[in-house]
Design a protein around this ligand. Structure first.
Ligand code: GAR
Length: 225
């Protein structure tokens, strides 16, 4: 069994990677301000687009924001090198992909094995994998006519949305939902709750992985976090 708590003393250093509006980042910032992230500190936010509003949210919260855009590099390899350097500079214990729509370099995945988590806006293994991101996930769920959807927090491995599942929360689909309405409900009822909770559970050393499965210690006390 491997416990995902890293530092022996002090707080878990959390790096958040973002691509867009950053409402999940905001949920983490708010959880920290409300004292719900007792064992974690937000040390840096990295965006892959200079216009990502998430960078503004980081600035307002006094968190260092850095942009590493593929457009500023001649090829993917150079971008990956710069991205990895920006990650390493922050010396993170945990990397959180909060709406980060970039395929990570394999080197990073192996270097930070079981130390990268992602939030996905569906109940994996439904509506996930290549091509399923953001609003597209909700469009596909409505198209299929599911009555329940939700969100998943999982560890990141080499596949797309294939890593060990940490937490999931179900959300009801309503008859007159549009993709936008459903996206908002999944965020409000699932994503913004799950992500800070998963971070605190990892920071508190309560998340264990073995054989590709995650087990959370004392799950009955989850509501405290
Ligand atoms: C969120 O719904 C997140 O789950 C999704 O992108 C959105 C980002 O919103 N991520 C994916 O689809 C990853 N496959 P935000 O920038 O407001 O947090």
């Amino acid at each position: 069994m491997l416990t995902q708590q890293m530092p022996e003393c002090g707080k878990l250093r959390v790096l958040v990677c973002v691509s867009g509006g950053g409402t999940n980042l905001q949920a983490i910032i708010d959880a920290k301000a409300a004292g719900r992230l007792k064992n974690a500190d937000l040390v840096r936010v990295i965006a892959n687009k200079p216009e990502a509003y998430a960078l503004e949210r980081a600035k307002k919260a006094g968190i260092e924001g850095v942009c590493v855009s593929p457009k500023d590099f001649p090829d993917r390899e150079a971008f990956h090198r710069a991205f990895l350097a920006a990650v390493e500079e922050a010396a993170p214990d945990l990397i959180v992909l909060a709406g980060f729509l970039v395929v990570l370099p394999e080197e990073m995945i192996s270097r930070y094995r079981n130390r990268i988590i992602n939030i996905h806006p569906s109940l994996i293994p439904s509506f996930c994998g290549t091509g399923f991101y953001g609003l597209k996930v909700h469009e596909a769920a409505l198209e299929r006519g599911v009555k329940i959807t939700g969100a998943t927090v999982h560890f990141v491995d080499e596949g797309t949305d294939t890593g060990p599942i940490i937490m999931q929360k179900a959300v009801a689909v309503k008859e007159d939902d549009t993709p936008e309405v459903l996206q908002r409900r999944v965020m409000e009822e699932a994503e913004w709750i799950l992500l800070p909770r998963a971070i605190e559970l990892i920071a508190a050393g309560r998340v264990k992985t073995a054989a590709g499965q995650v087990c959370i210690e004392q799950e009955k006390e989850l509501d405290e976090i």
